[in-house]
Design a binder for this molecule. Sequence first.
Ligand SMILES: [Zn+2]
Length: 232
Amino acid sequence: MKSLKEPFINHINGIVENNESFDAFLEKKLKNKERINTVKKLAIYIVFFDSLIFSQNFENSMQVFFFSRRSMYDYIAAYYHPDMGNYGFETYNIYIPSTKRIQRRPIISFDKNGKIPYEEYKDIPIATKEEVLISVAAHEVRHRLQYNNLVEPIKRNSVSRNKKVNGFIQYNAIELEWMRKFFCQNNYPEEFIKNRMSNEEFDASLIELIILSQIRDNASVEKVIKTLKMEI
Ligand SMILES: [Zn+2]
């Protein structure tokens, strides 16, 4: 993923609240340099993927809005918002305080036979923050593809001819089930749980998982974009 560079920040044009510069806005909201970097990079990666999928012309790229409040459940850092009449256009929303919740995570991968290529749990590599941000951005852009009916979501019971992909589907189903139990035990609202368990979330989480492993394998941007548009 060598081509992901800073200049894309210039194309983020949806700063709400006032007209100050992006940097000034973030510096006012966040004192911590690392946190500023996290928010910036998340926005850059979203715009990068979105531009490659939806337009060759960066001027027409998606609006990214930044909110200085937490998302509804403080669990979601970035959110694709379809045009529901709120703004008159689609947006990606980044909830600045909730970006604190973006954590490093294990990189799950599967070999060509659909098996996990690790003997022990401790051998599973852990993604860097940067890798996680890229995969989270891909997740959100996948939602835009879904809502515009440009991809048929991959479901829990979908079966691919590619055993590697099937490994990811099965793993993702188990992980989401584990999350469902966690949400229930912690009394998350029913509506929230229903949304997190939807076919759209299953599909976007699956793409996120696959792309996370591809980044670690130094996949080309072309390969990652192909995964972002994957159908079975
Ligand atoms: Zn999602």
